[in-house]
Design a protein around this ligand. Sequence first.
Ligand code: ADP
Length: 503
Amino acid sequence: MKKSDLSNLAIKRLAIANRGEVAVRIIKACEELGIETVLLHSDADINSRAYRMADHKVCIGGSLPAESYLNIKSNVHGALAKNADAIHPGFGFLSENADFAQACTEAGLIFVGPSADAIRSLGDKVHCKELAKKCGIPLVPGYEGEDQSVEKLSQEAERIGYPVIVKAAAGGGGRGMKLITNLADARERIESAQRESLSAFGSAKVFLEKYLDRAKHIEFQVFGDSVGKVRHLFERECSVQRRHQKIIEEATSPSLTPELRRKMGEAAILIAQTAGYRSAGTVEFLFQDNEFYLLEVNTRLQVEHPVTEMVLGIDLVKAQILNACKNFIFSEDQYKSFQGHSIECRVYAENSYAGGMPSTGKLGHVYFPEGPGRRFEYGFEEGDVITSFYDPMIAKVIVWDESRPRAIQKMIEVLNQSIIFGVHTNIPYLKAILSHPEFIAGTMTTQFIGKYFAEPIKPPTRSTEMNAFIEEIKKAMTKPPVSKTSSMGEGYQNPWTEYWRIC
Ligand code: ADP
């Protein structure tokens, strides 16, 4: 886009109602568009990359999400206090909250995302299913009725046939879901899902679905442009999940034929177009035995959006911002085909060898090996503190290559070379998954992790020489780390005494 195209954008200063790597991602898009940024941050996020990068910052509350990132008023007030003319909600937190979108609009702020009405009709899982039925899009058999008594829900579970999954109507992030495998368990599982749903999402409403036990998770990126034309931007496969949360995503899916891709893409466009959808959204499907079923629609940017960007050469965040400025219109021949293959790994601060136990602390040296077809999205750098207040995802590693096998090979190599001192990471776990024959074959389903990685992975066995070397280091660690006489010079800190590296 030419500079002149950008000089008249309706957004001059954009507030970011988010944190971590997505806040950095939005800041970068704004820098390229010549838009100033205002970071709406919590107390805990003063030591973060986004905080250092944003043009303006406003502390909107305490470290607990409810005190800051989930507080609609604080976010709107913060944006207005710094004269922002728009808000980007990122993903998570308030990004799918229709009341937030409405509050922004009522305060005279442009909400970078779909309208509050579109969020209401698609973001609510039960409404979304009603719309899908009207559109004739296949759904997993289930029950979404108003009668929420445990007796009725148990009866419906019997009718649907086990296994059945009970889900929070207002749920998200893989929470509030319970599996029912027989009548004896039904009452307890339903009540527990209702309790969890009330405390996490403020509503006890649940619904039931037949549980598909060998399904793949395949989702379509959709985008409604400034003149209301909705396009799909191909699919991502996100079947590698732990506790219903994605860990590795790829574009495109290794399992779709062109015919299935066409059918699913058309269904995705149909539901988004029917809801008058603008901006970026994701239509999620379960895919089993060559049949697809609509799961839900996420009315926001998705964590895994970079893999779509890599195979299409689109910048979805810029597209969202330009679209909010009524300045983004698809041309007929744009984004009609994809190129090569892209994979994303979510890097979590957790101990791979202790079943994913969260790991918090101050980050030491961080190194990501740059190179062609490699992309690193991270919100924290050396010296920043990983706290237990938020999601433990500290970075995303994304690769692109000409074919899926080469992308897998590249990702393993990139993870091998990545260094994160100070906290444990799931990098060893990611490498084990990427090397598994079922992942390599591309046949994995959402059961993959439960089937092959239910137990913590084992630390690598070390040679006698390596053990002796480690013993030497441990001995050295009993000495003071800072030595004025060190050959490395004054103030040198031996990283082995300060941090540990586990990848
Ligand atoms: P959330 O909004 O909390 O992410 P989703 O409805 O998108 O919840 O489901 C998340 C994941 O849970 C899916 O990707 C899938 O792995 C699993 N899941 C959800 N519903 C079903 C179902 N009916 N059968 C099998 N797996 C399911």
